[in-house]
Design a protein around this ligand. Structure first.
Ligand SMILES: Cc1cc2nc3c(=O)[nH]c(=O)nc-3n(C[C@H](O)[C@H](O)[C@H](O)COP(=O)(O)OP(=O)(O)OC[C@H]3O[C@@H](n4cnc5c(N)ncnc54)[C@H](O)[C@@H]3O)c2cc1C
Length: 258
């Protein structure tokens, strides 16, 4: 079985340090590809052996060209199960993106690629048994979807989600259903570029007012804050959280971009 090859070589920008534990690359077979928004596709990759996975963990995906050039990126895992050999990745297409563009435009069902994981202890959402406030920007929703799929909602969970518009409000139905179903779950969505005629909800970027209101609902409950999205988003939200009085050790962040 050949591994998938990139057609266009470029520069390898991956400087991410993963973990000291030696993780081996293994072959993953693409078994499903679904468009879930104009920018995001859901790729399901199957490995031979199953892995125990936790929400917040990610896998590295490696592409190799015929010339031997290698590009590797990390993607948060989504699943319905904690022990599986089928892993979903919600991947946003970056216009000039070396890997995401390739995956969106060239990858097809039955192809193989190299993956390794699961990786990540720090942003592991199962590490806390407490109440949580999850704050996602755009594609930063992926680790939270996995987390929300396996919760029993005994503890209070709030999700503040900022997306551009209705089309990029990822996993909309799933999140809205959970919001109806579980009284301990609160979904707060802000769509920053949606038409005001069709969207009557929040439309500003996540600001201190939105944060304070959500924090108030967790008053007196030990709460951990998980923030995920592009670097600017994550920096911005964590400084706002600190400014409204949250202790830095209660904030966990995952940066998806530069
Ligand atoms: C732990 C971890 C988990 C991640 N999980 C996911 C995930 O679940 N889904 C997902 O889509 N991505 C995720 N990412 C981001 C992913 O690893 C890649 O960085 C992303 O797909 C872009 O790679 P690329 O090769 O397409 O772009 P590159 O070729 O690396 O970058 C091309 C250009 O786009 C800019 N750029 C790169 N990333 C972004 C971005 N996110 N937003 C805006 N501009 C950007 C770069 O600065 C550069 O100018 C995760 C990253 C980390 C570190």
């Amino acid at each position: 079985m050949a591994t998938i090859c990139m057609v266009t070589p470029g520069k390898n920008k991956d400087t991410r340090v993963t973990e000291s534990r030696k993780l081996l690359w293994e072959l993953g077979k693409v078994i499903d590809i679904k468009s879930i928004s104009p920018k995001v596709k859901l790729f399901t990759i199957e490995t031979k052996k199953p892995h125990r996975i936790e929400p917040g963990q990610h896998f590295d995906i490696k592409l190799t060209s015929d010339s031997g050039y290698v590009a590797q990126r990390s993607y948060s895992v989504i699943s319905d199960s904690n022990y599986t050999n089928q892993f979903e990745f919600g991947i946003s297409k970056i216009t000039d993106g070396e890997v995401s563009k390739y995956l969106h435009e060239k990858l097809s069902i039955s192809q193989n690629l190299l993956i390794r994981g699961p990786i990540g202890k720090y942003f592991n959402l199962n590490k806390t048994t407490e109440s949580v406030i999850l704050i996602a920007g755009g594609i930063g929703i992926t680790p939270f979807i996995f987390y929300l799929r396996q919760k029993n909602y005994k503890n209070k969970i709030s999700l503040i989600y900022s997306a551009k518009n209705q089309e990029e409000f990822l996993f909309k139905k799933e999140l809205e259903n959970k919001n109806k179903l579980y009284k301990n779950f609160s979904l707060i969505v802000t769509l920053t570029k949606e038409n005001k005629e069709t969207w009557k909800g929040l439309d500003s970027r996540i600001n201190s007012k939105i944060l304070k209101k959500t924090i108030k609902n967790h008053l007196g409950i030990k709460t951990t804050y998980f923030v995920c999205g592009g670097s600017n988003f994550v920096e911005n939200i964590s400084s706002k959280l600190i400014r409204v009085g949250i202790e830095y050790q209660d904030i966990k962040i995952e940066r998806f971009g530069p």
